[in-house]
Ligand binder design. Sequence first.
Ligand SMILES: *Cc1c(COP(=O)(O)O)cnc(C)c1O
Length: 362
Amino acid sequence: MNYGRTYNFSAGPAMMPEPVLEEIRDEMMNYRGSGMCVMEMSHRSKVFQQIVDEAVQDLRDLMHIPDNYRILFLQGGATLQFAAIPLNLMKNGKAVYIETGAWSKKAIAEAKKYGEVIVAASSKDRNFSYIPDCSDLDIPEDTDYVYICENETIHGLTYQQLPNTKGHILVSDQSSMFLSKPCNVADYGLIYAGVQKNVGPAGMSVVIIREDLIREDLDPKVPVYMRYDIQDKNGSMYNTPNCWAIYCCGKVFKYLKSIGGLEEMARRNEEKAKILYDFLDESKMFRGTVDKEFRSLMNVPFVTESADLDAEVVKATKAAGYDNLKGHKSVGGLRASIYNAMPKEGVVALVEFLKKFEAERQ
Ligand SMILES: *Cc1c(COP(=O)(O)O)cnc(C)c1O
């Protein structure tokens, strides 16, 4: 059905799969004979408990999450985890962070409030256009964890290879790449993601944490909401959770399973990104801002030779029905976020439009 929807290239909140939105619509007034909408439901009800249980199980299936990892659905977005991670994982008060863009910088600033932060590698010298070599980092023995932002949403870069943590646990912010491709969960101590980029509605983050890293001997001043042990014991429902986001994300998990899981999702994402990057590489007007080998599959920043022309292109794309292409102010230019739910047709249409724009200016 044609709903008159736009191709929305927003960095987040972003597009959701249309079949999921249709299902949600169909269940809006009366969820499966319960007589109410999920928004109106007690989080202590049997019917909602089933929604949570299925969401956890479907995510476990989708990512092949080993049994010794726990899954939490928490509020406060990815930003609250910037603080929750040091508060829960810093035993010795020391962590290594890799600085690769705006989101790792924010995580570093927050972690510094709670302990010693060692920035062991950075790509700041070239405005975060590459991932620094992390094969032989200087990691003190008593480091509690090594932290990365695995896909930098604003600067548009991603790791090809995880850092060599030299036996320390790896913590990864996967907010803008969560469920975009297969992930070997056992490589990490903790993975987390705000869901509004690649999964569902804003207001929730998923935390996947290895069981033995959940501690009870925390500073008593750690806010109860931020304690992984309490959240885990209470099945992410110590208080009222974001019921709506859990419900919507659960539907997306099922949808991803139905299309062939993360292998198929990765195939589609690679295909989409290639269309756009191939165009940027051929174009004389536009160019990508990130070194080729570190280009993100999800967030594609690009520029022309002038800020004025950039602004003109953004305006023209908007008028033509392609929304939210303005780049972040720290990079400038344009940025196309092409998350899981962006159809290939959207990317093809955008590239056709940019080609035409370029040809008309020649
Ligand atoms: C958007 C984003 C965040 C912040 O997410 P909120 O849910 O708004 O707190 C953190 N990290 C990355 C990589 C992001 O893309």
